[in-house]
Design a protein around this ligand. Structure first.
Ligand SMILES: [Zn+2]
Length: 377
């Protein structure tokens, strides 16, 4: 069987297993265990219960039992949900050199390439340990990878994290932070505004300050990124109960994507200072901030052997992305990290997501080369 036939067959099997983040990933983990065992990798499951009490698993497969590995290939097992009208979502379909199916691009294509690459390598010839790491719940906040980063079951020197990058090595990514903000007011009849305090007016003043913070953030630049600074967004806002009532409450979401050279709490500190100023001019001002996420970004030096190797193998210069990946968690395991994979991120998370066949094939060759170069020395 040619490598590409094997990759396609593997991808079809992976896509057939529905592994949407909302349910357990046990079935795809069992599949991966079988495949890894057939390649003589030693597997270990890392179970946990998600916030709804559903059992999820991370899986680590090692070329030989070790707690320090030279290279980890990391792929997430979960996918985003799919439209029930997409009848072939779990039935991999090939058209015009593209393979369509939920997860084909994000990130089962990478996993199929990694499994096939490992099968092409004589593992007994490796002199340094290799790990395959399969995670859960990436699509709902990198939760599986965060569990591994906390538990630290491994030390990792280099990690290749699979995400669709059209095979461009990504050496840095912005972080991701989120806060829910609730501004309080006092309800009153709108004909008598002096009897209450509008939470919407208060929130509006605070949001004006956030817009000023967004402008201030442009001064701290990281030229490798587009845009080259931390951005922030207020994506949702809700307030009030009726048109003729002063709003008793107004809530909004504040999201920011910090450049990796800036601590993720920097924006939060600026925001808290803004709240402080509001409180000084309006002693009645009450605001609750629930900072629920602070995922750090990552950056690997452009001259890292891992980046150099992948630039050479792909013929593509390394770059950066403005979205979150599991690379930051693999850095917590000690790794210099890179994100790379077949398919285009703009095709991910859509009905009709696909991965180009030639990129899948190239990805397996590139991973094989990376393993042989990094683990054989
Ligand atoms: Zn992904």
């Amino acid at each position: 069987m040619t490598p590409i036939t094997r990759i396609k067959e593997t991808l079809a099997e992976l896509v057939r297993i529905d592994s949407v983040s909302s349910h357990s990933n046990a079935e795809i983990i069992e599949y991966l265990e079988r495949r890894c065992a057939a390649s003589n990798l030693v597997t270990q499951r890392f179970p946990y219960l998600d916030e709804r009490g559903i059992e999820k698993f991370n899986l680590i497969a090692l070329s030989n039992p070790a707690t320090e590995v030279e290279l980890a290939l990391v792929g997430h097992t979960d996918t985003v949900p799919y439209d029930p009208n997409w009848s072939d979502a779990t039935n991999l379909t090939e058209r015009d050199g593209k393979l369509y199916g939920r997860g084909a691009c994000d990130t089962k294509g990478f996993i199929a390439a990694a499994l096939t690459a490992v099968e092409m390598i004589e593992l007994s010839h490796l002199t340094k340990p290799l790990a395959l790491v399969f995670t859960a719940d990436e699509e709902i906040g990198l939760r599986g990878a965060k569990k591994l980063a906390e538990a630290k079951p491994l030390r990792v020197r280099y990690s290749i994290v699979g995400e669709p990058t059209s095979l461009k090595p990504i050496r840095a990514g912005k972080g991701y932070s989120l806060a829910e903000v609730i501004v309080k007011g006092r309800e009153a009849h709108s004909a008598y505004p002096a009897l209450g305090a509008s939470a919407v007016f208060r929130a509006a003043r605070l949001i004006n300050r956030l817009e000023a913070i967004a402008i201030q953030l442009k001064e701290d630049r990281h030229p490798a990124f587009d845009p080259p600074y931390t951005t922030l967004n207020i994506g949702l806002i809700h307030g009030g109960s009726a048109k003729n009532v002063l709003a008793g409450e107004c809530s909004f979401t504040l999201e920011w994507r910090p450049i990796p050279t800036q601590p993720s709490e920097h924006v939060l500190n600026l925001f808290k200072a803004a709240i402080q100023e509001e409180t000084q001019s309006d002693p009645d001002f009450v605001c609750e901030v629930d900072a629920s996420r602070a995922d750090s970004g990552f950056e690997t030096a452009p001259d890292s052997p891992l980046i150099r190797l992948l630039e050479k193998a792909t013929g593509n210069n390394s770059g950066t992305v403005a979205f979150g990946t599991e690379a930051a968690q693999t850095m917590a395991l000690g790794a210099e990290s890179v994100v790379i994979g077949p398919g285009d991120i703009r095709e991910a998370h859509r009905t009709g997501e696909f991965v180009p066949v030639h990129e899948l094939e190239r990805c397996a060759e590139i991973l094989k080369e990376a393993v042989e170069q990094l683990c054989k020395l």
